[in-house]
Design a protein around this ligand. Structure first.
Ligand SMILES: *[C@@H]1O[C@H](CO)[C@@H](O)[C@H](O)[C@H]1NC(C)=O
Ligand SMILES: *[C@@H]1O[C@H](CO)[C@@H](O)[C@H](O)[C@H]1NC(C)=O
Ligand SMILES: *[C@@H]1O[C@H](CO)[C@@H](O)[C@H](O)[C@H]1NC(C)=O
Ligand SMILES: *[C@@H]1O[C@H](CO)[C@@H](O)[C@H](O)[C@H]1NC(C)=O
Length: 362
């Protein structure tokens, strides 16, 4: 049954299939696979194996007859479809291919063979990989700021699995929510990731469907800048401290001023008394000077007058006038002296003045 020309692998597969099938059940017609999921754009293949004479075979995709195999000749509806025939004896193997499959071809794939073989149906599922975009692009955020990133996927079929990667590590799925909506016969989805910005890193949003060998991704660079100094707090602190200091200064100032005024008052009183003292001292000195002067001048005329009482009586008014002036001086001086020195005029010494000044203070 097996000839040398059957050594190529497709034929071996067909034979294996048939042998297995015929070995188990006496199946004369097999279609494999019965379910196929492929990514849009790829080629999909189905194998039909028939034991016995196969005159006529048809392939129908989603209700359209697309390919006929008649007496080892292949007739196709479009060059998107093709078939290869391997046969040996009464075993015929047909490999049906749909090239660059699209969502339009997904659905039942029916292979029918003329005669008692009937038909077999396989299911074709076509997935679609769309786009992934993290909205907003590269970002610069402040440390500890809550960051919200949106990853939008569109034109996927079925709904893609969306995940996030931060600095090469998978992000906890509790940190993001993904919602999807149908857009015609495909889906858009939005995944929202929320986290606290800690350090500069890259964030990647991945979207995938089962047939994708590598997920589609979009990544952004997240630059985390240190939190700026909170000037408001600093300013508030400075202002309040400053205000307090100012208040304290004001109070101190008021107290100082009050004290100064009181002191001034005291000083004034002191001054006054000092002035009084000084005056008295001056007058004392004056008095002393005057007295000394008087002693020199006043007393002499007085003495003269007194020396010559007869003259007074004799000379009359003029002389008496002059003497009276002197006497008046003498009286004033003596009066001042009385005020200043409590009238103890007998000891006409400097020491005597000092003693008397003390008395005044008391
Ligand atoms: C169909 O047959 C070919 C050749 O025998 C084999 O390479 C391929 O894997 C088969 N396809 C399926 C889906 O079984
Ligand atoms: C984001 O930043 C990375 C690294 O600096 C850079 O390579 C990339 O072009 C940037 N992307 C955009 C959209 O600006
Ligand atoms: C995701 O949605 C759930 C329920 O609506 C909510 O409790 C949770 O906080 C959301 N998480 C994020 C990261 O938005
Ligand atoms: C899906 O995404 C595409 C591309 O972003 C947009 O044009 C379309 O309006 C979206 N559809 C829905 C239902 O949001």
């Amino acid at each position: 049954m097996l000839s040398a020309s059957w050594t190529s692998w497709p034929n071996l597969f067909c034979i294996h299939l048939l042998l297995c099938a015929t070995g188990a059940v006496s199946e004369k017609f097999l279609l494999a696979p019965l379910n196929s999921t492929v990514l849009q754009g790829s080629d999909v293949r189905f194998n039909a194996t028939v034991q016995g004479e196969m005159e006529f075979m048809t392939w129908t995709v989603r209700g359209n007859l697309v390919l006929i195999v008649a007496n080892s000749n292949v007739t196709t509806f479009s060059n998107q479809f093709s078939a290869r025939i391997y046969s040996s004896g009464d075993i015929n193997c047909v490999e049906f291919t749909i090239h660059s499959v699209t969502r339009r071809e997904s659905g039942p794939i029916i292979c029918a063979v003329l005669g008692e073989y009937g038909s077999k149906t396989a299911q074709l599922y076509v997935q679609e990989s769309g786009s992934v975009t993290i909205m907003g692009g590269n970002m610069t955020v402040v440390q500890d700021q809550e960051v919200e990133l949106q990853c939008v996927t569109s034109a996927w079929f079925p709904i893609p699995t969306v995940s996030w990667i931060q600095n090469g590590e998978a992000v906890d799925s509790n940190l993001y929510n993904t919602t999807s909506m149908a857009d015609g016969d495909s889906f858009n989805s939005t995944s929202v990731l929320k986290f606290l910005a800690v350090r500069t890193n890259t964030l990647e949003c991945l979207a995938t469907v089962s047939t994708l060998t590598e997920p589609q991704s979009s990544s952004v660079f997240l630059v985390v800048v240190p939190k700026p100094t909170d000037w408001t707090v600093l300013i508030a602190v400075v202002v309040s401290i400053g205000g307090f200091a100012l208040l304290v200064l004001l109070i101190l100032g008021i107290i100082f001023c009050y004290k100064r005024r009181k002191e001034k008052q005291l000083n004034y009183q002191d001054e006054m008394s000092r002035r009084v003292r000084t005056q008295s001292q001056i007058s004392g000195v004056n008095a002393a000077g005057q007295r000394q002067g008087q002693v020199n001048t006043g007393y002499v005329p007085e003495g003269q007058t007194s020396v010559a009482p007869s003259e007074l009586t004799d000379s009359g008014f003029g002389q008496a006038n002059g003497s009276s002036v002197f006497e008046m001086h003498g009286v004033v001086t003596s009066n001042q002296a009385v005020n200043g020195y409590s009238g103890a005029d007998n000891t006409v010494d400097k020491s005597g003045f000092k003693k008397h000044r003390h008395v005044t203070i008391v």
